[in-house]
Design a protein around this ligand. Structure first.
Ligand code: GLN
Length: 504
């Protein structure tokens, strides 16, 4: 093959899909190229907790055989994808980055995984994450941290740092993440990639291990907005196995991305959130964000300021709601039903086995949140903590509703800083929690949000992300505006931002 086998790992998912459909390349070649890339770099990046070379090649051969017979297949058939280790996938362990689930192999596929398979996509393996998706750096994984492909001494974001790093290190063209407070968007921002949190309820959560059920949402990680749209279209849509799944047509995100690439935003109103535009951002983040807004205006968008007065309370509310729900959801890991069991030697009571298994199985961040959440839900404190937080949540949603009465999308920087150093914040929970200050409001309100690359900060040369937010079930607006901004920035840079990452 002319391009050389590793060249295929540089192709977008869209390009791979078209080349596969035209039978210019085979799914086996594409899969082998990515498996070789993983073998070459993942000892340094550690994006994957488990790589399924055999399963991936078998899936690729099935696609190649179907194409050889002349079958018409979906566009992403034969395109590899990596899946965050919080989604159940038969045949492989699902650990959620926790010791307590070490070695547990789920007996069924999550709906997201089933849809990837139905689209003919090649599942490469499971990606690293903070334990039960609690964290902003992937350092809370029981299996060791993931490293940022831009600088291996830095965090790749979290909790879905493995999925973002897999995409950023050219180990997978696409990945699935989950976002409860920013875990798709924040890793995308600090790795120079694209990440989308779809509208709450847009993607089925059947088979997604629950962290905070009123916030959790799965979504795409990619290197381009168009690729994210293609994956979004595969995984979104109603599922009767998830009672929170929205029974309505999925907005046409692929068409929206195509329209956006025409780079004309005349008639689109963009809101700058005053409360997400303060002094709390690193200078390089501010500069790139301001420039991105100027680019949007240059594309014809009308930019106005909007106020969301309750956003300053969103982080505090989130860190009561999330631990409350997590403490309840994680009660199922009791050493009886799944994974690790400690002290089952006939000398301990069932209660003792449960206590020992949870003590040995959960890491410090999970324990911290289980205790906080249990406290917030306890009699006498419920109204003061959990109840108050729910009221703040309603006010945050009302702020968004008022903003969207004036504008089509709102924008902010995705993160306060670029990727920080491994170890820098791991012992300082408050500093870690602040990484998600700009992403959390969208989860509380259940709306759709995207992060895409805005350039590199002057002070450290690391990627900066810009966040777009749109009303629930208007995910297509993110793709239109995101693709337009991407087209303008890529024209300026001459290539995708990720192509500036130092070679691994
Ligand atoms: N960093 C946030 C937290 O620790 C978000 C996590 C997520 O989205 N899963 O809760």
């Amino acid at each position: 093959m002319d391009a050389g086998v590793h060249e295929l790992t540089r192709w977008s998912a869209a390009r791979l899909g078209h080349a596969l459909a035209a039978r210019e390349v085979s799914a086996a070649e594409v899969t082998t190229a990515h498996l070789e890339r993983i073998a070459a770099v993942d000892d340094r990046v550690h994006a994957f907790l488990c790589v399924d070379a055999e399963g991936a090649l078998a899936a690729a051969e099935t696609v190649d055989a179907a194409r050889a017979r002349g079958d018409q297949l979906p566009l992403l058939a034969g395109v590899p994808v990596a899946v965050k280790d919080v989604l159940a996938q038969t045949g492989l362990p699902t650990t959620c980055g926790s010791r307590i689930l070490r070695g547990w192999v789920p007996p069924y596929d999550a709906t997201v995984v089933r849809r990837l398979r139905a689209a003919g996509m090649v599942l490469l393996g499971k990606t690293n994450m903070d334990e039960f998706a609690m964290g902003s750096s992937t350092e809370h994984s029981a299996y060791g941290p993931t490293h940022n492909p831009w600088d291996l001494d830095r965090i790749p974001g979290g909790s879905g740092g493995g999925s973002a790093a897999a995409v950023a290190s050219w180990s997978a063209p696409l990945a699935i993440g989950t976002d409860t407070g920013g875990s798709i968007r924040q890793p995308a921002a600090v790795t120079g990639t694209v990440g989308v949190k779809p509208t709450y309820g847009a993607v089925s959560r059947y088979g997604l291990v629950a962290l905070a059920s009123s916030l959790d949402q799965a979504g795409p990680c990619a290197r381009t907005v168009a690729d994210a749209a293609l994956l979004h279209a595969v995984i979104a849509g109603h599922d009767r196995l998830d009672s929170t799944s929205i029974d309505a047509p999925v907005p046409d995100v692929v068409a929206a991305a195509r329209r956006g690439a025409e780079a004309d935003l005349r008639g689109v109103r963009v809101g700058l959130v005053r409360e997400l535009d303060g002094d709390g951002y690193a200078p390089g983040v501010r500069t790139r964000f301001t420039e991105a807004v100027e680019v949007l205006a240059g594309l014809g968008a009308e930019v106005v300021e909007v106020s969301c007065p309750h956003f300053p309370y969103a982080l505090a509310a989130y860190y009561l709601i999330l631990p409350s729900e997590a403490s309840s959801n994680l009660a199922r890991f009791d050493g009886m039903r799944f994974g690790l069991r400690d002290g089952d030697d006939g000398t301990h009571s069932a209660e003792e086995v449960m206590a020992r298994s949870r003590a040995a199985g959960f890491g410090p961040e999970a324990k911290r949140r289980i205790m906080l959440g249990t406290y917030a839900l306890s009699t006498g404190y419920y109204d003061a903590y959990y109840g108050q937080a729910q009221k703040v949540r309603t006010l945050v949603a009302a702020d968004f509703a008022a903003a969207f009465a004036q504008v089509d999308v709102v924008v902010s920087p995705t993160t306060p800083t670029t990727a920080f150093r491994l170890g820098e914040k791991v012992d300082d929970p408050m500093a870690m929690y602040l990484s998600d200050i700009a992403t959390i409001p969208a989860n509380l309100a259940g709306i759709a949000a995207m992060s895409l690359p805005a350039g590199r900060a002057e002070e450290d040369g690391l990627p900066v992300g810009v966040q777009l937010m749109a009303p629930a079930m208007a995910d297509d607006r993110l793709y239109r505006v995101g693709a337009a901004l991407e087209a303008a920035l890529v024209a300026r840079w001459g290539h995708l931002l990720i192509e500036e990452a130092p070679a691994l």
